[in-house]
Design a protein around this ligand. Structure first.
Ligand code: FDA
Length: 570
């Protein structure tokens, strides 16, 4: 039997990988293979049920990666969830569809990624989207939008669930937040995110099913003869040609399945879309990374780039909850995205200058933690960029989600742009061994303080009328654990003992100039290679204020065009 050979081999049939597979295979003369460790979840109720968020956790479609002990959070490990299925993490996620603040995408270009800015990405958000205009009943329940922000002919269904939460809550939350200077925002998907909003979700409203990357980009196109998905198959590493000089040339991917280990050959390119907690690992196993790490496991160095696996950024999530007076039903999508100004009021300039004066120390600590793999000056300029976004450009500082469920009113929240930086690296040359994942949650006291400050802001929200009339006692953290007027340190202890990952890891194969700590260039091509790209959350260089998928779909859409345009024959 002749060995399997395709023009493009994509590793990971997840959120980003399926976009690229779809767009490349639009050209009938291009053959595309997608290697996916998981299987179809098309009929899996833990995936499809609109109210089923969380059902898939710890099931066989959740990678449930464990972190290293978190030094700055009492040494405990965290679980970082990720989907193992056709559709990847989009099959298990929270469905929230919010993009980014325009200036956050503009900084991609400002740091040296030519062509990546809000104006060039915005059309791709729309290209991916099939917006479902809300019904009058949904509008009554708070669904609101500007049609110019949305695309209606893309593959990804975006809209509101049929059964939305009691309409009385929208004005109650809105009036409450206005008193705390958080304005109403009709539609956060046009680049201006600050305010209270009833944002859309990735959902197929008519079918009343959760939407995911597979339903959008794969299943309707599965019959294409030039598109092949190879499931239940694990990619181990990239296989290279014999050349010793010049950029490395990938010839295929070594995979393992029940049929044993074999190579799937790529005549044009290998594209890694295995997610931010896997793509950098595959690079290292393939010889691209920090020689100190690769040599420890006898992996020949193909490309020396110490930035691989560094710059890991995630957010931390906590929840307050209250006893509800009413019995709410339906699916809530209420979020407040306050700016730092709105959270801190007249304390803002003190907070801003205290953080600013710490940035140099943070940069030194990150460089030290990486054993010199990242340069202090590069980290400092990244942290400065982030500080500017928060304190000069007024991007949202936190997301506060309001989740009214029967008799309980839950509010989950996360600060959006923590300063801590971690990394992910192999601990073995054996591809089946999980890598060492260390997000370094709360590495900097400021990240813990911010999270505690937002918690206090939320308590204030629930103490303000009319929302205060809707709830009774606080269940979490509760006044026994964290009394009224509790000190900052009591709040911080609670945050530290009850937080979880917010499941937004990015940055582990950043798109950046190489001398600034980049792993891929503005074509998403891996430095030092001729034909390997990374297209997934790994390449996002700075954390975003939106949930990630909308931006990942847009990035993958744009990347697909870059690839098509680079082969003029197409
Ligand atoms: P993704 O994880 O989608 O794809 C990677 C694929 O590669 C997977 O299918 C995996 O099985 C496969 N793979 C990995 N290693 C492999 C190997 N060696 N061989 C073969 N295949 C391999 N975002 C949002 O917009 N709104 C939300 O509400 C939420 N909520 C949320 C909740 C939870 C619980 C999580 C875990 C995440 C979210 N997110 C979210 C985040 C968002 O879903 C996530 O960032 C993206 O789906 C990631 O897309 P990627 O393309 O980077 O990887």
């Amino acid at each position: 039997e002749a060995p399997a050979r395709y023009d493009f081999v994509i590793v990971g049939g997840g959120t980003s990988g399926l976009v690229v597979a779809n767009r490349l295979s639009e050209k009938p003369d291009i053959t595309v293979a997608v290697i996916e460790a998981g299987d179809s979840v098309f009929n899996n109720p833990n995936v499809t049920t609109v109210t089923g968020y969380g059902l898939a956790f710890d099931s066989d479609i959740d990678w449930a990666y464990k972190t290293e002990d978190q030094t700055y959070a009492d040494g405990k490990k965290q679980t970082m969830r990720a989907g193992k299925a056709i559709g990847g993490t989009s099959t298990i996620n929270g469905m929230s569809y919010t993009r980014a603040q325009d200036v956050q995408i503009d900084v991609w270009e400002a740091v040296g990624n030519k062509g990546w800015n809000w104006n060039t990405l915005f059309p791709y958000y729309k290209k991916s989207e099939h917006f479902q205009v809300p019904t009058p009943d949904q509008v009554d329940h708070g669904a609101d939008y500007y049609s110019s922000y949305h695309g209606t002919s893309g593959p990804l269904k975006v809209g509101w669930p049929y059964f939305m939460t009691n309409s009385s809550l929208v004005p109650a939350i809105d009036q409450t937040l206005r008193q705390l200077d958080v304005p109403y925002n009709r539609d956060v998907n046009g680049g201006q995110m600050v305010g209270f909003t009833v944002h859309p979700d990735t959902i197929d409203r008519e079918a009343n099913i959760r939407e995911d990357a597979a339903r959008a980009y794969y299943w309707p196109y599965q019959a294409r003869p030039n598109l092949k998905i190879i499931t239940n198959t694990y990619a181990n590493k990239i296989i290279w040609d014999d050349s010793k000089h010049g950029d490395a040339v990938a010839t295929g991917v070594e995979v393992t399945s029940v049929n044993g280990t074999e190579t799937i050959y790529a005549s044009k390119e290998v594209i890694l879309s295995a997610g931010s907690l896997k793509s950098p690992v595959i690079l290292e196993l393939s010889g691209i990374g920090n020689p100190d790490i690769l040599e420890k496991y006898d992996i020949p160095v193909k490309v020396n780039n110490t930035a691989v696996g560094e710059n890991l950024q995630d957010e931390t999530n906590n929840g307050l909850s209250y006893q509800g007076r009413e019995f709410y039903i339906g699916t809530a999508t209420f979020s407040a995205l306050p700016s730092a100004q709105q959270i801190y009021g007249d304390k803002l300039s003190d907070v801003a200058s205290s953080i600013n004066s710490s940035l140099a120390d943070y940069a030194k600590a990150v460089a030290n933690f990486s054993n010199g793999a990242v340069k202090e000056e590069n980290v400092l300029s990244a942290l400065q960029t982030q500080w500017d976004l928060i304190f000069k450009s007024d991007v949202p500082f936190a997301e506060i989600v309001f989740v009214p469920i029967p008799k309980t009113f839950l509010s989950e929240f996360w600060t959006l742009l923590p300063f801590s930086r971690g990394n992910i690296h192999i601990k073995s040359a054996d591809p089946t061994r999980q890598a060492s994942i260390n997000p370094n949650y709360f590495m900097f006291g400021q990240d813990l303080t911010s999270q505690a400050d937002v918690a206090q802001f939320i308590r204030k929200i629930f103490h303000t009328a009319p929302l205060s009339d809707v709830v009774m006692d606080e269940n979490d953290p509760g006044l026994d654990l964290v009394p009224e007027n509790a000190t900052e340190s009591v709040w911080k202890d609670w945050v530290k003992t009850s937080y979880r990952s917010n499941f937004h890891p990015v940055g582990t194969a950043s798109m950046m100039p190489r001398d600034k700590g980049g792993v891929v260039n503005a074509q998403l091509k891996v430095y030092g290679t001729k034909n390997v790209r990374v297209i997934d959350a790994s390449v996002v260089p700075f954390q975003l204020c939106g949930h990630l998928t909308s931006t990942l779909y847009a990035v993958a859409e744009r990347a697909s065009d870059l690839i098509k345009n680079s082969y003029t024959a197409y």
